[in-house]
Design a binder for this molecule. Structure first.
Ligand code: ZN
Length: 124
């Protein structure tokens, strides 16, 4: 029941955002966001915006759109996973006294740091 209520609330917030977008002169597109299924909006500046994800969406060409949007979503998820894993591993290292385990943790941290760095470069 609580989940239902919160979903209703999310829907209301999304609707309000859409109304605000239309008021600001944005136009609703025929395309929907592949992540949240919300209709996409074209802002006056020409940027495409998803009111459901509250994110700017980068459109390329018909057919390429979905891949591009999914990629952006994947990158942002990867960034947050990487930083979360680095934090978890750092905490593990704090309480670990076994040298072999510490070495393993260290290697893991390095791997995640590298992922983090690469993703950041992709975003730039
Ligand atoms: Zn969305």
């Amino acid at each position: 029941m609580r989940i239902f209520v919160s979903r209703e609330k999310d829907e209301a917030i999304r609707m309000k955002r859409m109304v605000d977008l239309l008021r600001s002169g944005a136009t609703m597109l025929a395309d929907v966001c592949p992540i949240c299924n919300s209709p996409l909006f074209k802002l006056k500046s020409g940027e495409i915006f998803c009111p459901g994800c509250e994110k700017r969406v980068i459109f390329v060409k018909e057919g390429e759109d979905i891949t591009k949007i999914t990629q952006i979503q994947a990158i942002s998820e990867l960034t947050s996973t990487a930083s979360q894993k680095i934090m978890e591993l750092t905490n593990m290292a704090k309480f670990e006294s076994d040298l072999d385990r510490l070495y393993e943790i260290g290697r893991c941290v390095l791997t995640w740091l590298e992922i983090f760095e690469r993703v950041r470069k992709m975003q730039a």
